[in-house]
Design a protein around this ligand. Structure first.
Ligand code: NAD
Length: 493
């Protein structure tokens, strides 16, 4: 069984405590590798290395173009090693190979895109009102960044956090989820081959309450960029406040997919099904609430059930598989608990509602694609994030009603709107209190388009130009240009 090490200060090292944990293939239910369980000493070592590389090390003295060049080389290495990285990630979290391959194709582009920013970060000159002074700004890296990531797309999260941070001139420590750390560790080797100086990119694996919280509490970490649950996100936010860290949080969702009577219903049905059952619903952007106009509810529901019934569960590496296993044992139990909750609340199960079985599913944690109707928006199944393959159907009467239902949750990550009416699409996009609205499409991500949530879905934006801003501080410089005549320095202004 492969035994991984931590990647600290440009080297592979054993964890300080000398302990490892098994990482399990969720399809076969078998341990396949061992992941180091880091501790506070490992965090201290990584933060010191990252700080050295940042303040008096090679990263800060290197030209911005040279930093960009290393990042482009990393993009090339990601492309060259895409098959291997994808295979490791699928083995670790059970996501479909087809889906991970798609992500890997964009992953290299993420590195190229942000590499291009490295030498284009610049301050401004300010036409200050004082005629005897000039003023300008520098845009400076904020410092050491700790990236805490979730298990559903570890390589993607590491890229969209670290690429803008490194372009800005920061150094980073990644703490992947203890349930899927292997691909991030494999990726670390590529950073070494790309030529990143020691300490610029580090990976410390381990448990959230040990490694994660040690990073959040460390006074030399300037920013926490976090992807995970809202409960952990709130703890991280609170704890980071004690050392006044910058924080960005990508949290959960209870996103509405809103289908109007004038929509292309075949297209909408496919979008709704893949929006909730893709990745077994283990997506922050899962369209877990279908809001459908009352006049088409029955016909549309029939269409959905028909499509969902044909979903093929199975080996995530098989190109014919549509839906893979649930990635972790706690997540599997949580989804089953929500099925009990929905039944107890009086929602009517139209499809699924139980673990899936079959000879090729043995050993894996599979749950049947599940559809509930007669759901009201006040039920827990309509309000709480399940992070699994459960769709709740809720009907609405008109646009106003759809907006009210769409916004009536604690979350505000994304929404889907299906309509052929452009005016309606624009009205809905404005009225929905979410970070992203997809119209006549769903889960159309781009690393160029800002992504993040409102309300309990988080703080800050990733992707696009805005992401780089999140890793920069502005320093203002004001210089007196008078000719040496007595100054008015003692006049209080
Ligand atoms: P999680 O909150 O359990 O863990 C996220 C990360 O935080 C992990 O690395 C974990 O080890 C670490 N952690 C745990 N406890 C910690 C602590 N006390 N201090 C510091 N770090 C700690 O989330 P998860 O189960 O890995 O991921 C699922 C959640 O992630 C879902 O709620 C989902 O919606 C969310 N998510 C959000 C996005 C987004 O972009 N908005 C994307 C994917 C997943």
């Amino acid at each position: 069984m492969k035994k991984y090490q931590l990647f600290v200060d440009g080297d592979w090292v054993d964890p300080d405590g000398g302990t490892w944990t098994d990482t399990v293939d969720p399809y076969r239910g078998e341990a396949w590798a061992q992941i180091p369980l880091g501790n506070q000493n490992d965090v201290t070592r990584a933060v010191s290395a990252a700080r050295r590389a940042m303040t008096d090390g090679p990263w800060s003295s290197m030209s911005a173009s040279a930093r960009g060049k290393i990042m482009r080389r990393l993009g090339d290495l990601v492309l060259a090693n895409a098959d291997h990285l994808a295979a490791v990630e699928v083995r670790d979290n059970g996501k479909l190979l087809a889906e991970v391959n798609g992500q890997l194709a964009s992953l290299a582009e993420v590195w190229y895109y942000y590499a291009g920013f490295a030498d284009k970060i610049q301050g401004s000159t300010i036409p200050i009102e004082k005629s005897d002074s000039v003023a300008f700004t520098y845009r400076e890296p904020i410092g050491v960044v700790a990236a805490l990531t979730a298990w559903n797309s570890p390589l993607w999260f590491a890229a969209v956090k670290c690429a803008p941070a490194l372009a800005a001139g920061c150094t980073v420590i990644v703490k992947p989820s203890e349930f899927a750390s292997a691909s991030t560790l494999e990726f670390a080797e590529l950073t070494r081959q790309a030529g990143f100086p020691a300490g610029v990119f580090n990976v410390v694996t381990g448990l959230g309450p040990d490694v994660g919280s040690a990073l959040v509490e460390h006074p030399d970490v300037a920013k926490i960029t976090f992807t995970g649950s809202d409960t952990t996100g709130a703890q991280v936010y609170e704890s980071a406040a004690r050392t006044m860290k910058r924080v960005s949080l990508e949290l959960g969702g209870k996103s509405p997919n809103i289908v109007f009577e004038d929509a292309d219903l075949d297209k909408a049905a496919t979008g709704v099904v893949s929006g909730i059952f893709g990745a077994s619903g283990q997506m922050c952007s899962a369209g877990s609430r279908l809001l459908v106009h009352s006049s088409i509810k029955d016909a549309f529901t029939e269409k959905l059930v028909e499509i969902a019934r044909s979903i093929r569960l199975g080996d995530p590496n098989d190109p014919l598989t549509n839906v893979g296993p649930i990635a972790t044992p706690p997540q599997y139990r949580k989804v089953l608990d929500y099925i009990d909750i929905a039944n107890a609340e009086g929602a009517r199960c139209l499809l699924g509602g139980k673990p899936a079985s079959g000879s090729d599913l043995t050993g894996g944690q599979f749950i049947e694609p599940t559809i509930y109707t007669d759901v009201t928006n006040d039920m827990r199944i309509a309000q709480e994030e399940v992070f699994g393959p459960i769709l709740s159907i809720i009907e609405f009467e008109d646009e106003k009603h759809a907006i009210a239902l769409g916004n009536d949750v604690a979350y505000g990550l994304v929404a889907g709107v299906w309509t052929e009416n452009v005016g309606r699409a624009l009205r809905m996009s404005k009225a929905l209190d979410v970070g992203t609205v997809w119209v006549n499409t769903y889960r159309t991500y781009s690393y160029m388009v800002p992504f993040g949530g409102t309300k309990q879905s988080g703080l800050g934006r990733e992707h696009g130009i805005e992401a780089v801003d999140g890793y920069l501080d502005t320093k203002s410089i004001v210089i007196a240009t008078d000719d040496g005549a007595p100054s008015n320095a003692f006049v209080m202004r």
